[in-house]
Design a protein around this ligand. Structure first.
Ligand code: GLP
Length: 242
């Protein structure tokens, strides 16, 4: 495991974008695993800048998003589909047919999970997975106490996650109670993983992920077992690391 501590959110976002760009230069048809939430927003902005000003080419890149809310339409501004197009896909030369996001509106959600998992396999697996981390240690929407062996599945969101994510919605009761998420097993099968975290409110979750026991109660702790994981943190998120 590598731990990189940057002075601030801007610097950590630039470092993450550089790593993604490096991966794309090395392998133009890279399969990227992508995260949503507030943490990766500046990384996406920097990748868009690199595309516009430095010709970073996404024409062969394939992407799989980590998760999506159940029951939100693509056009709903809180769906992760909307987020990805708004913050990233609309501004780079990625091909529509290379973008994969779980469909939270599918009639048969179980079937959708299986389809998603099959697609990841068909495209050769994820080369580089970007992750954020929840205050309770969740990665994707893998909430505490979910089994490490889970593949893409439907999850019931924790009250803490619903509360945390309600900041994007008008009212807390508008936050979906369920989501589709890649499972821990799916994430652990990625060849490389980069976890981004900034801000003091994540410091404890980051500390437990790196130094805590490897337990389903703190999902990100499983990353200690991955052979190629890099944490990129700002000073606040790294507060408890010595
Ligand atoms: C959300 C997402 C995760 C994200 C995490 C942290 O619920 N499902 O993929 O990493 O919570 O979000 P944020 O970056 O906004 O703190």
């Amino acid at each position: 495991m590598r731990i990189i501590i940057e002075d601030n959110y801007e610097a950590l976002s630039k470092k993450a974008a550089l790593m993604v760009a490096g991966q794309i230069l090395l392998k133009p048809n890279t399969v990227l695993g992508l995260a949503t939430g507030s943490t990766p927003i500046l990384m996406y902005r920097e990748l868009v800048r690199m595309h516009k000003e430095e010709d970073l080419d996404f024409s062969e890149v394939i992407t799989f998003n980590l998760d999506e809310y159940v029951g939100l339409d693509r056009n709903d501004k809180n769906s992760y589909y909307y987020y990805m197009f708004e913050n990233f896909f609309n501004h780079v030369n990625i091909k529509m047919e290379n973008i994969f996001i779980p469909n939270g509106m599918a009639d048969n959600l179980e079937e959708e999970c299986k389809r998603y998992e099959r697609l990841i396999e068909e495209k050769g697996g994820i080369d580089l997975q970007i992750l954020g981390i929840g205050k309770n240690g969740h990665i994707g929407f893998n909430e505490p106490d979910l089994k490490f062996e889970a593949t893409t599945h439907v999850v019931k969101l924790d009250d803490e996650t619903i509360k945390a994510n309600s900041r994007f919605f008008n009212r807390i009761d508008e936050v979906p109670r369920f989501a589709i998420s890649m499972g821990i097993k799916t994430i652990m099968h990625s060849r490389k993983i980069i976890l981004l975290s900034n801000g003091e409110e994540k410091a404890e979750a980051v500390y437990k992920a790196i130094y805590g026991p490897i337990v389903p109660n703190h999902p990100a702790s499983v990353l200690q077992l991955h052979p190629d994981v890099t944490f990129i943190l700002d000073r606040n998120a790294a507060k408890y690391l010595s």
